[in-house]
Design a binder for this molecule. Structure first.
Ligand code: HEC
Ligand code: HEC
Ligand code: HEC
Ligand code: HEC
Length: 392
């Protein structure tokens, strides 16, 4: 009965959501320069004013203090020393240049500034290997209109072409209002040869944690090796798109990212515009009003999902920390060959991948509680198996 009611509610919802734009992809090699945000202020004053409000989302939390296990789990990469929480788009450039994590190449600007996006579009993949400091000298703005609209000022255009490459024929099966965000809120890796930002899948069907892991296994891809355990690890990064579009997602066919994160506001003259202040839906009364018919208490409902996911993430992360330390002791003892340790290392690599897929996803389970819990189940099982083997 509950299932039937859910299905009916969602069918009604499907009829009430406005038509979406058709996805288009930017033209590359065209020698374009970015029209800065401020130049749109006169044409779109309300959008521009809301965009500037992202400066207010300035709070930053050090995850290493909040989750002490990551000092161990991420050992071997600089994230274990400082890992600031995400904040507003206004701060992307400031945050990438002041992380305490050194950057070598311009590819680190991929999701931080349109000035780099345009550089890649004009010059091709060679832009990814420009020295970081050289690129920094050309950066004027953070995430800006160009990233989502090219220079049209309002039409949605995919300007990060690694996304359209990864979607292939599925590009038009995703709403343009979701693709805009998927340009950055995705799991990516740097191609070991070209250093180009690349997504580890080639269709919507292969865009899931199991196939992504299989891809990394096949290519023996490694982001960093833990110096004490010798485990070749994968660092997952903010897979919001993959999680929201994944199997089990309740709202993926009705809503786009923009529906829940960009409120339709009305100005003093009664004209409606889309707010470009990207926030949690729980922080927007306008968005919450559009959910109220089905979610009388959206805050309580979301916090319930998150509390469960969070509790498990910490518990499993703590097990991962124990596994890392136990395995490190085994390596240090000198009593085991690489062959003896191979199975434990593989379980550790895979368990950490599934755990990280949840840990670094920014909705803490809200985008897809089913997939979140499934990843946590898999992580826990793999880590438990590895811990058993350390006792043998
Ligand atoms: C991160 C992506 C992103 C950035 C950056 C961005 N926009 Fe948008 N914009 C969108 C999305 C998505 C929509 C469509 C929202 C919808 O229809 O639900 C949109 C809609 C619009 C519209 C349509 C009219 C309206 O009010 O709905 C205008 C105009 C616009 N944006 C202007 C701008 C300007 C000007 C900038 C820079 C100051 C900018 N946008 C930056 C994603 C972005
Ligand atoms: C060009 C890259 C880029 C695009 C496109 C983009 N984002 Fe972001 N977004 C980021 C980065 C990077 C951060 C983290 C900024 C920081 O902490 O320095 C972020 C942060 C955020 C935050 C704040 C998170 C927090 O914890 O406060 C929200 C909400 C958000 N983005 C939503 C969206 C939505 C919705 C879209 C699509 C309409 C979108 N973003 C498109 C790069 C992007
Ligand atoms: C059905 C509504 C819904 C849709 C659609 C949706 N989100 Fe969310 N999103 C949420 C909720 C709920 C949260 C948790 C907010 C909180 O913790 O305050 C969240 C959290 C986030 C955060 C962290 C924000 C913060 O302040 O901590 C980011 C970033 C984000 N979503 C990006 C996206 C992207 C990108 C997409 C599309 C791929 C998307 N969301 C689609 C509901 C949605
Ligand atoms: C037509 C009814 C309806 C509307 C409108 C609606 N939802 Fe939902 N939503 C549902 C149903 C049904 C579920 C599944 C509930 C369950 O699993 O108990 C759900 C689940 C969710 C979940 C949890 C997803 C998960 O994977 O567990 C979030 C987050 C959410 N909705 C956010 C929103 C937001 C934000 C809005 C407004 C922008 C909204 N919903 C509007 C019916 C609706």
């Amino acid at each position: 009965m509950k299932k039937l009611l859910v299905a009916l509610a969602l069918m009604l919802l499907a009829c009430s959501v406005a038509a979406a734009q058709t996805p288009t992809v930017v033209e590359t090699g065209a020698g374009i320069s970015v029209i800065p945000a401020a130049q749109w202020a006169e044409t779109y004053p309300d959008v521009y004013a809301s965009y500037m409000k992202n400066e207010e989302n300035s709070a930053i939390i050090d995850h290493v203090e909040e989750y002490p296990m990551i000092a161990t789990v991420y050992e071997g990469m600089a994230f274990n020393k400082y890992y600031g929480s995400a904040r507003g788009h206004y701060y992307t450039v400031q945050d990438v240049t002041s992380t305490g994590r050194p950057h070598k190449l311009a590819n680190c600007f991929t999701c931080k500034t349109a000035d780099f996006t345009v550089k890649v579009n004009n010059e091709g993949v060679s832009a990814y290997t420009i020295p970081f400091e050289d690129m920094m000298a050309e950066v004027n703005e953070s995430v800006t209109c160009y990233n989502c609209h090219a220079n049209t000022g309002k039409d949605l255009v995919v300007t990060h072409t690694y996304l359209s490459d990864a979607m292939g024929a599925d590009l038009t099966n995703v709403k343009a209002e979701t693709l805009a965000c998927a340009q950055c809120h995705v799991e990516y890796y740097f191609d070991p040869e070209t250093k180009a930002t690349t997504l580890p899948y080639s269709s919507l069907e292969t865009m899931n944690p199991d196939d992504i892991y299989a891809f990394f296994a096949e290519t023996s891809f490694t982001d960093y090796t833990n110096p004490r355990t010798g485990v070749a690890q994968i660092k997952v990064q903010h897979p919001e798109f993959e999680t929201f579009m994944g199997e089990g997602s309740v709202h993926k066919s009705q809503f786009s990212c923009a529906d829940c994160h960009m409120a339709k506001e009305t100005n003093a003259d009664g004209v409606t515009y889309t707010s470009h202040e990207w926030v949690s839906p729980l922080k927007s009364e306008t968005i919450k009003a559009t959910c109220a018919a089905c979610h009388a208490d959206l805050d309580g409902f979301v916090k319930g999902i998150q509390a469960h996911a969070e509790e498990r993430t910490i518990a499993i992360g703590t097990k991962l920390e124990t596994l890392t330390n136990t395995l490190a002791d085994m390596v240090a003892s000198g009593k085991y060959t690489d062959e003896d340790l191979a199975q434990i290392r593989e379980l550790n690599r895979k368990g950490q991948f599934y755990w990280d897929f949840v840990f670094v996803e920014n909705s803490e389970g809200a985008h897809n509680s089913k997939l979140t819990e499934e990843c946590l189940d898999k992580a826990e099982e793999l880590i438990d198996q590895a811990l058993e083997l350390t006792k043998a």
